[in-house]
Design a protein around this ligand. Structure first.
Ligand SMILES: [Zn+2]
Length: 176
């Protein structure tokens, strides 16, 4: 197992739409998941997507109370109409935090490292982390969805305003 270096913004690798895993039950996939687990544990994050460690594969990890959950080729099959706004950060966008609205509850379909299909429902923070991580597989970062930045200094907020012309949606920045 290796502790992998994190790819950080604005590295263009984070903007790639990555392809599905086609080979299951192979040492390469197990090794990627093991390395991601170690990396996530060390970074003390809630979730990690393969592009954040430089791998162009549809693999995400979620750090749950019951341990690390690896999802291969994850898809959101259903989203609740009800949304919830919560604060997010990202290991690839250090020291930046903001409020993001996400579906409160989702249906997830994914595969295990062995290629078995799993389906489950996720709510609240668990649903939020999964939505955040799947976004990474499509080259989307939470800063694209931020409604309001909450962390960091005013200087940092000014920097984001300047360097994120591609960001969609309205952002309110407050000085305090
Ligand atoms: Zn992230």
């Amino acid at each position: 197992m290796a502790d992998l270096p994190l790819v950080t913004y604005p590295n263009p690798q984070l903007r790639q739409v990555v392809g599905p895993v086609v080979d299951f039950d192979v040492p390469e996939l197990s090794a990627l998941i093991a390395d991601m687990e170690q990396t996530l544990r060390r970074a003390k994050g809630l979730g990690l997507a393969a592009p954040q460690v430089g791998s162009a594969q549809r693999v995400v990890l979620v750090n749950t109370r019951d341990g690390m959950l690896a999802l291969v080729n994850p898809n959101i099959s259903e989203r609740s109409a009800e949304q919830e706004t919560g604060e997010e950060g990202c290991l690839s966008v250090p020291r930046v935090f903001g409020l993001v609205s996400r579906a409160k509850s989702i249906g997830v379909q994914a595969q295990t490292a062995a290629g078995e299909t799993v389906t489950f429902r996720a709510d609240g923070l668990f649903a939020r982390v999964i939505q955040h991580e799947i976004d990474h597989l499509d080259g989307i970062l939470f800063i694209d969805r931020v409604k309001k930045f909450t962390g960091g200094s005013v200087l940092l907020k000014g920097m984001w305003e300047k360097f994120l012309p591609h960001r969609t949606g309205k952002t309110t920045t407050s000085k305090h």
